[in-house]
Design a binder for this molecule. Structure first.
Ligand code: GLU
Length: 304
């Protein structure tokens, strides 16, 4: 694959995508980002790197972090995890309450807010210092020691997070949250506040393109089966109620966040991250989806 040529084509294509959609504003701090930022970075298993635009600039990765919290919880909790959270697409918005009541406080999957809150509860139970140990985990798998939480964003989310508070209270009532609600919520807000660049994201996620082993250090992050399952969950549940659309148009497992980032994996080949803060009506990056669709279309290479 001539990725250099591909990135030249993406440079041309990215200028053609209409600047439609708005930045997320329900978390006040997220409003402060320039809506027209655009960055993309691809890292291959044979250690090649290709970047374009603002790919070195850090942004709020928001729900993309939920894949990494799932990864760590899956390592710590194994099969028990799936008694508390499902692996089915939700077909509802990321912060929906409706389904949770029908389904007795068991969230559909670990990538919607309710499921991610259960995962945070697991990590709070299992780790001595969850905040510190979780960021160390990301620094370790990415090899980048300066990756950190953003207190401003965590605080801003805390002040406005009425729906997340409702979700966790409902699950507590069903007995699916074991720790103190405020402690779990605080950890969740921190998790969502992590800032990384597209380049850093591709390095942190490369293990999912490599059957669970970090291709740079050779260290195993998760076993082959877990890597398969995490990719499967991303494929089915990574884009809120637009997961089908992403599979249909792009055809890669991935995860988006309301900060405008999208992370995607081509197992056996590469990891790719794109950032463009204008979101479509489903909360996914408008331009990010268009560019990834372009990429898998011109390369004729998706997982299907
Ligand atoms: N921190 C956001 C929230 O809980 C995450 C949303 C997202 O990126 O999906 O509302």
């Amino acid at each position: 694959m001539d990725y250099q040529k591909l990135f030249s084509e993406i440079a041309v294509e990215s200028k053609k995508v209409e600047a439609i959609g708005e930045v997320a504003s329900y978390i006040p701090e997220l409003r402060n980002v320039d809506p027209d930022k655009f960055g993309i970075h691809l890292a291959t298993l044979d250690k090649q790197n290709y970047g374009l635009g603002d790919y070195n600039e850090r942004f709020s990765i928001q729900s993309i972090a939920k894949v990494l919290s799932l990864t760590l919880a899956f390592e710590l909790e194994e099969g028990e995890l799936w008694k508390r959270v499902g692996v089915e697409p939700s077909g509802t918005p990321f912060n929906s309450l409706v389904q949770l009541e029908y389904e007795n406080g068991i969230p559909r999957n670990p990538l919607i807010n309710a499921g991610a809150l259960v995962i945070c509860d697991v990590l709070v139970s299992r780790l001595k210092n969850p905040k510190q140990e979780f960021i160390e985990f990301i620094r370790n798998i990415s090899g980048i020691s300066s990756i950190d939480y953003c207190d401003r964003i965590a605080e801003s989310e805390k002040l406005t997070s009425y729906r997340n508070a409702a979700l966790i209270n409902l699950m507590k009532a069903y007995g699916n949250i074991t720790n103190d609600i405020q402690v779990v919520l605080d950890f969740y807000f921190n998790l969502c506040s992590i800032e990384m660049s597209c380049k850093e994201l591709t390095h942190a996620f490369l293990f999912l393109a490599a059957n669970g082993a970090n291709p740079v250090t050779g260290e195993r992050v998760v076993n082959v089966s877990k890597s398969k399952r995490i990719n499967a969950i991303m494929q089915l549940c990574g884009f809120y109620d637009e997961a089908g659309e992403f599979a249909f148009k792009v055809g890669l497992p991935g995860k988006s966040g309301v900060g405008g980032g999208i992370m995607a994996i081509h197992p056996g080949n590469y990891s790719i991250a794109v950032w463009s803060p204008r979101l479509n009506s489903k909360g996914n990056s408008h331009k990010g989806m268009k560019i990834l669709e372009f990429l898998t279309t011109v390369t004729e290479a998706s997982i299907f």
